[in-house]
Design a protein around this ligand. Structure first.
Ligand SMILES: Cc1cc2nc3c(=O)[nH]c(=O)nc-3n(C[C@H](O)[C@H](O)[C@H](O)COP(=O)(O)OP(=O)(O)OC[C@H]3O[C@@H](n4cnc5c(N)ncnc54)[C@H](O)[C@@H]3O)c2cc1C
Length: 435
């Protein structure tokens, strides 16, 4: 006998933002969720893992449904203004290129968001920490004895192997997703042409120090503004996070760095740090160079994305791709976390709107794909273009079409392309296939 849709179980692989968001979304429509995460425990919160991210209005509204009090407390700071400026590396003078006061994002710390998503999970969700997903099997049967999906996972603490059954497998296992690779073995991550130095400067207890008063003088709208500083063929990002922190990134063009394992971050040597600090002084205004130079443990993040995948739903509606597993993206449109949250919301909405048996699950997954494919494909490609533009690299695959050049006076059309609001679906994306 086929089960009602409302009694489905989602096996979610990956317990980061996309995975926990999907658990909330499916639980909201009456499903159960089992989340398999290889990390041994939830992130330590704002003091520990992760750095900054920007959340759009639709994400804020979505999170407020799942996390009581989200957005009403000190978890986020406004990013009301999207400001692009040009720095002349000779004189260190900065000039405004374009300023958008209707940006309406919020800045949050990844650790805070992750901890709160986790703490607010309803009883219908079980998170199995320290469980490494190994493989899955699907079958067409859809009866009480056979849920249709079986995931095999290794318990990292004991080495034992455990099977978890469900009706739907949700791949939220990040940009190097093994589940995506199963269906799309030839889809490779694509090096952007640049890497980023990044760091979070904690100024707790140093609010009146020279470095903090200096940076606030040079960047007077910290606390409400997303600063993009463009210099010749490079750009930096700066914004404030809750809890006395300044989040910065600095993108540098160059050949693809060598990575070890599946991580896209690099452990840096003292020599690399020294060279980076020297270069920061050459390129940026002294206040930013000092902030970069005095940040503890900055690290290198190599920037990748992937061409849009042909489908988000696989195996006859048994497997859904979400988050970075579905659409690895460059960070320039602040999309990664926002896309993850909205994937989850759309998946939940589609499961809710097609109650019933297995053919309805297929229909729900087709709706999910119809809602999200056009959005995520357009956003990934736009973020790719925006990054190349701001890095002064050729755009649109046309070697003649050079990116933005801060050394010359740009037209209004050229500067308008630097704005965040050029992102497709900037004002919001449909949350189900029906719109
Ligand atoms: C620890 C951490 C810190 C981050 N900090 C930031 C930040 O500061 N700013 C920012 O913009 N983005 C950050 N991100 C990335 C951000 O979460 C994503 O870009 C975005 O939100 C999409 O999330 P995701 O859940 O799809 O992917 P990810 O966040 O990459 O999560 C994928 C998850 O799947 C798990 N996983 C992968 N393979 C397996 C497996 N075989 N078995 C079990 N689990 C598996 C991983 O451990 C990970 O938790 C961070 C990610 C992580 C994991």
């Amino acid at each position: 006998m086929a089960r009602e849709m409302g009694k489905g179980v989602a096996v979610v692989v990956g317990g980061s933002v996309a995975g926990l968001a999907c658990a909330h979304a499916v639980a909201e429509v009456g499903w159960k969720a089992v989340v398999l995460e290889k990390a041994a425990a939830p992130a330590a919160g704002s003091g520990g893992t992760g750095a900054g991210l920007g959340l759009g209005a639709q994400s804020m509204e979505t999170l407020a449904r799942w996390i009581p009090g989200w957005g009403l407390d000190a978890a986020t700071l406004p990013l009301a203004v999207d400001l692009n400026r040009a720095t002349d590396s000779e004189t260190k003078a900065a000039r405004t290129l374009t300023r958008d006061e209707g940006f309406n994002f919020r800045a949050a710390h990844w650790g805070d968001l992750h901890r709160r998503l986790h703490e607010a999970l309803p009883a219908a969700v079980t998170v199995l920490w320290g469980h490494q997903f190994l493989s899955f099997e699907v079958s067409d049967d859809d009866d009480d004895d056979n849920r249709g999906v079986v995931a095999t996972t290794r318990v990292l603490g004991t080495g034992e192997t455990v099977e978890v059954a469900g009706d739907l497998l949700v791949a939220a296992d990040g940009c190097a997703s093994s589940i995506r690779r199963h269906f799309l073995p030839d889809l490779k991550l694509r090096y952007s042409g640049y890497f980023a130095w990044r760091g979070v400067f904690d100024f707790t207890g140093k609010e009146s120090s020279d470095i903090v008063t200096g940076i606030r003088r040079a960047y007077p709208e910290l606390g409400s503004c997303l600063y993009f500083d463009l210099a010749y063929k490079t750009h930096a990002v700066l914004y404030e996070l809750p809890g006395n922190r300044l989040n910065w990134l600095w993108y540098i063009n160059g050949p693809e760095p060598e990575l070890t394992g599946s991580s896209v971050t690099i452990k840096v040597s003292e020599a690399m740090l020294a060279r980076m600090r020297e270069e920061a002084e050459r390129v940026w205004a002294p206040e930013l160079a000092r902030l970069i130079g005095e940040t503890a443990e900055p690290f290198v993040n190599v920037i990748y994305d992937a061409d849009p995948v042909p489908r988000l739903s696989w195996a006859g509606g048994r497997v859904a791709l979400v988050g970075d597993a579905a659409h690895p993206t460059t960070p320039h449109g602040l999309r990664s976390t926002n896309m993850s949250l909205l994937d989850a919301r759309a998946l939940g909405a589609c499961l809710a709107s097609t109650p019933g048996v297995s053919s309805s699950r297929q229909r729900a997954l087709a709706d999910y794909e119809a809602a999200r494919m056009p959005v995520v494909a357009a956003q990934v490609l736009h973020a790719r273009r925006l990054g190349r533009l701001k890095q002064g690299l050729p755009v649109d695959g046309d070697e003649e079409a050079a990116g933005f050049d801060v050394r010359r006076v740009a037209t209004a059309e050229e500067v308008s392309q630097l704005r965040q609001r050029g992102m497709p679906y900037f004002g919001g994306a449909p949350t189900s296939g029906a719109g």
